[in-house]
Design a protein around this ligand. Structure first.
Ligand SMILES: Nc1ncnc2c1ncn2[C@@H]1O[C@H](COP(=O)(O)OP(=O)(O)OP(=O)(O)O)[C@@H](O)[C@H]1O
Length: 569
C-alpha cells in the first residue's frame, strides 16, 4: 500500500492496466496482432518445423468463437480473420515474424480487420452494456434507486434490454418516477430509456435502452391484413419490431390524442382493414363535414355529416341492437358471431366531442349502443382529442370503451383521461410520445405500456383500398334492415320497448319507475337496481321528467307519470 502510494511508476502501470482492461474490446485487434506476433516469434525460435499445424491451432481457437456468434455476417468475419491469422502464423513460424513482408502484412490486415470491428454496432452496444452493468450500482445510487441490480442483459436490434431487480420496498412506480434521472445517469439521449413492470414479480422490472429510435421514420402501410373482423387487426409496430394486433370484434374502441397526433391516421388503418372484411358493415359519423371519413364513403354503408343525420344514424343503430337482441333472446343465443350474411356493425365516430356538443340526442343513442351493442356485434370506434366526461357526453360511453388507443397528449394527466385512472402512475407516459402516429394501446391482453407507431396510410392508400373493396361490401342482414324499415320506436321512446335485457340499466331504470308504488322509488334503490352511479341516475331522471314520462313525488323519490304506468288492478 505504502509502496504504491510512493511509486509513480507503479501508479502509472496500474492506471495503464486499468485503461487496457476497460478498453479491451476496442484494443482487441491490436492485442490479437501482438499475441500473434509473439506466438510467431516463439514458434519460429523453438519449433519452426511446426508451421503446417499453425492454421489448425488457430482454427480450433476460432471454433469456440464461431459457436457464440448467431449472425451469418459475424461468422463470416470471424472465419476470414481466423483463416488470415492461421496463414500468417504458419509463415511467421517458418520464416520468422520479422521476415519481410510479414510485419507489413500483419499491420495492414490488423487495420483492415479492425475497421469493421471498431464500427460494428452490436459490439459497441455490448461493450456499453458491460460497462453499464458494472457501473449500475453507482448510477442507481446517484438516481435514487440504490440497491437495485442488473439480473441479466442482452443486446437487441435497437439497443439493449436488461432484467432488473429492486431493493425490497422499491416499486415500479419509483423506477418510472426516476426515468429521466436514469437517462442522465446512463448518459443516453432523453427518451432513450423504457421501463416495464415484470408481471410475475413486483420487485423486478424490464429496462430497455434504445440506441436509436426505431420509430424515427414513418412506417408505410402495406394494405389490409384482416379478412374477417373475428381476427385481430395490425395497427402498427412496437419498438422491438413486433406487430401491434388488436381484436375489434364485440369491442368498443376509443382513440384519443391532441390535434395532429395521428388519430385519423389510426382510424384509417382500422377502417382500411375493416373495409376488407366481408363480415362487417361500416357506418360513419363525421361532423367535421365529412372531411376525414368521406374518402371511405364508397365502403361505408352510411355516412352522417350533420347532427340530424348523426341522430338518425345512431337511432337506427339502437333499432338494430333491439332487433338483434330480440332475435337472439328468442333463439337463446348469447353472442352474435358475424358472417357475411349476418355482419357485425361498426360505427366510426370521428371527433366524438362534436357529437356530444351538437347532437345530444345522437350522443344518448351512442350511449345506448355503448352499453348494449357488444353482444349483438354493434360497436363504436370513436376518436376525440380529450375524452373528458363532458366531451364524451354525460353517459357511460367512455367507461364502456374496451380498447383505448392513446396518441400524444398535451398534459401528463390527460393520459388517464384516455387510458383510464392510474395509467400515468403505472408508466403509460403518453405525453412523451414525440411524433404523429406514436401510440400506447390498452386492451384485453395488451396491458403493458409498450410504445408503438401506427402505419402511415396515405391518401393514395385510402383511394386504392376503398376502390378495391367497395364492390364487395356486404349489406345489413335482413333482420337489421327490417328493423330500420319498420315502425320502430324513437330512441326517446326506447324505454317503452318491451324487450328488457339484463344488461341494460336504462330499461331497468324505466321498469322500476313504471312499476313503482304510488310513493315512488328512492334514488338509492334505483342505484341498487341499475348498478349505476348517482349522477347517471339523476341525469336519466331529469331526461324522463323533461319528456313528461316521470316525476318526483317526494324528496328523492320518483315514479313514472300516471299515463305511463300500468292501470292498477
Ligand atoms: N402513423 C403515422 N406515421 C407518420 N406520420 C403520421 C402518422 N399518422 C399521422 N401522421 C402525420 O400527422 C399528420 C396529422 O395526422 P392526423 O390528421 O391523423 O392527426 P389527428 O390527430 O387526426 O389531427 P386532428 O385532430 O387535427 O384531426 C398527418 O398529416 C400525417 O402527416
Amino acid at each position: 500500500m505504502i509502496v504504491a502510494d510512493e511509486s509513480p511508476l507503479l501508479d502509472a502501470l496500474t492506471g495503464l492496466a486499468r485503461l487496457t482492461f476497460r478498453y479491451r474490446s476496442e484494443l482487441a485487434p491490436i492485442t490479437t496482432a501482438l499475441g500473434l506476433g509473439l506466438a510467431g516469434l516463439w514458434l519460429h525460435a523453438t519449433h519452426p518445423a511446426w508451421w503446417p499445424y499453425a492454421p489448425g491451432a488457430v482454427l480450433v481457437l476460432m471454433l469456440g468463437v464461431l459457436r457464440r456468434l448467431d449472425r451469418p455476417e459475424e461468422r463470416l468475419y470471424a472465419a476470414l480473420v481466423g483463416a488470415g491469422a492461421g496463414a500468417w502464423l504458419a509463415a511467421a513460424t517458418r520464416l520468422g515474424p520479422t521476415h519481410r513482408p510479414l510485419p507489413t502484412v500483419l499491420a495492414v490486415t490488423t487495420l483492415a480487420a479492425g475497421i469493421p470491428w471498431w464500427t460494428h454496432r452490436r459490439r459497441r452496444v455490448r461493450v456499453t452494456v458491460d460497462r453499464t452493468i458494472r457501473a449500475w450500482p453507482n448510477v442507481a445510487e446517484a438516481v435514487g434507486l440504490a440497491g437495485s441490480r442488473v439480473l441479466s442483459a442482452v443486446v437487441d436490434l435497437w439497443g439493449w434490454r436488461a432484467r432488473m431487480t429492486l431493493r425490497p420496498g422499491q416499486t415500479i412506480a419509483d423506477v418510472i418516477a426516476h426515468v429521466p434521472a436514469i437517462e442522465s445517469g446512463l448518459g443516453t439521449r432523453p427518451g432513450a430509456v423504457r421501463v416495464e413492470p415484470d408481471p410475475a414479480h413486483a420487485g423486478r422490472f424490464l429496462m430497455r435502452v434504445l440506441a436509436d429510435d426505431p420509430h424515427a421514420t414513418a412506417i408505410p402501410w402495406r394494405g389490409p391484413s384482416a379478412q374477417t373482423i373475428g381476427k385481430p387487426i395490425d395497427l402498427g409496430v412496437y419498438e422491438d419490431a413486433t406487430p401491434v394486433r388488436v381484436a375489434f370484434l364485440r369491442r368498443h374502441a376509443l382513440v384519443g390524442g391532441i390535434a395532429g397526433s395521428g388519430k385519423s391516421g389510426v382510424l384509417n388503418v382500422i377502417v382500411g382493414n375493416l373495409a376488407a372484411c366481408p363480415d362487417v358493415v361500416l357506418w360513419g359519423v363525421d361532423l367535421k363535414g365529412g372531411m376525414e371519413l368521406r374518402p371511405w364513403a364508397s365502403c361505408l354503408d352510411r355516412l352522417a355529416t350533420t347532427p340530424a343525420e348523426a341522430a338518425t344514424l345512431l337511432r337506427d343503430a339502437v333499432r338494430v341492437i333491439e332487433a338483434r337482441a330480440r332475435a337472439m333472446s328468442e333463439s337463446n343465443a348469447r353472442v352474435r358471431e358475424p358472417t357475411p350474411q349476418a355482419p357485425a356493425l361498426v360505427i366510426i365516430i370521428d371527433e366524438y366531442a362534436e357529437l356530444a356538443e351538437n347532437a345530444p340526442q345522437a350522443a344518448t343513442a351512442a350511449d345506448s349502443v355503448a352499453r348494449r351493442g357488444r353482444a349483438v356485434a354493434v360497436t363504436l370506434l370513436a376518436a376525440t382529442q380529450r375524452p373528458t366526461q363532458q366531451a364524451m357526453g354525460k353517459g357511460a360511453v367512455r367507461s364502456q370503451m374496451d380498447i383505448r388507443i392513446c396518441l400524444r397528449v398535451r398534459e401528463r394527466k390527460d393520459t388517464d383521461l384516455v387510458l383510464g385512472q392510474g395509467a400515468l402512475a403505472a408508466g403509460w407516459l403518453a405525453h412523451t410520445l414525440d411524433a404523429p402516429g406514436k401510440f400506447l394501446v390498452s386492451a384485453e391482453g395488451l396491458d403493458q405500456p409498450r410504445r408503438a407507431r401506427a402505419y402511415l396510410v396515405t391518401d393514395d392508400d385510402v383511394r386504392t383500398t376503398a376502390a378495391r373493396h367497395s364492390p364487395d361490401r356486404p349489406p345489413l342482414d335482413a333482420l337489421s334492415a327490417a328493423a330500420l324499415d319498420g315502425d320502430e320506436p324513437e330512441p326517446d321512446d326506447v324505454v317503452d320497448a318491451e324487450i328488457v335485457t339484463d344488461a341494460d340499466p336504462e330499461l331497468t331504470l324505466w321498469t322500476a319507475l313504471r312499476d313503482s308504488p304510488d310513493e315512488g322509488v328512492s334514488v338509492s334503490d334505483l342505484m341498487n337496481i341499475t348498478e349505476m352511479g348517482r349522477t347517471w341516475i339523476y341525469d336519466r331522471l331529469q331526461a324522463h321528467a323533461r319528456a313528461g314520462r316521470a316525476r318526483q313525488v317526494a324528496r328523492g323519490r320518483w315514479r313514472a307519470t300516471d299515463h305511463n304506468r300500468p292501470p292498477s288492478v
